[in-house]
Design a protein around this ligand. Structure first.
Ligand code: DLZ
Length: 149
């Protein structure tokens, strides 16, 4: 168990949402698997995890807001991989996603975990897949604060 997650937390009752982008799915699928497994290992009930898949990271803020509004979540995790290409798409997408997710979190008062990798190349993204474990831990920590601030 992560030192930041107290044993008294009512983890089994937590409702967690995960929205994952399909773009760069060779990275985001592995991120999803690690994140989902860590939630289960920490004691989150499988039935309390709601999942949404979206085409790309740009769609994550909408998906996260929908998950929160429709499922009474304690925390939500946005998973994506934005990799720098030949165009300025990288900048527009990464800025829109980070700003959008922050806005959703503040508007809904539900913690949103920023699990979107923004890297120069695929190798850097592959090297950071394991960070998805930490995103699950952050969601449990932040979601638990609803019960025990
Ligand atoms: C179009 C696009 C590009 C160029 N790059 C990425 C990326 O690196 N990571 C990602 O998650 N999505 C990318 N997309 C797709 C956009 O996020 C979005 O799905 C489309 O522009 C449709 O709105």
């Amino acid at each position: 168990m992560s030192p930041t997650i107290k044993s008294s937390d009512r983890i089994g009752e937590l409702k967690i949402g995960i929205a994952a982008a399909r773009f760069n799915s060779h990275i985001t699928n592995s991120m999803f698997d690690r994140c989902h497994k860590r939630l289960l290992d920490l004691g989150v009930a499988k039935g309390n995890i709601t999942v949404a898949r979206v085409p790309g990271s740009f769609e994550l803020p909408y998906a996260i807001k929908s998950l929160i509004v429709n499922n009474d979540l304690n925390a939500a995790i946005a998973l994506g991989a934005v990799i720098k290409g030949q165009t300025s798409h990288f900048l527009f997408i990464s800025q829109a996603v980070s700003q959008g997710l922050s806005t959703v979190s503040i508007e809904t008062s539900v913690p949103v975990i920023f699990g979107v990798l923004t890297t120069d190349n695929t190798e850097q993204a592959l090297a950071r897949i394991e960070k998805a474990v930490g995103y699950a831990e952050s969601a449990v920590e932040m979601g638990s604060k609803i019960f025990d601030p």
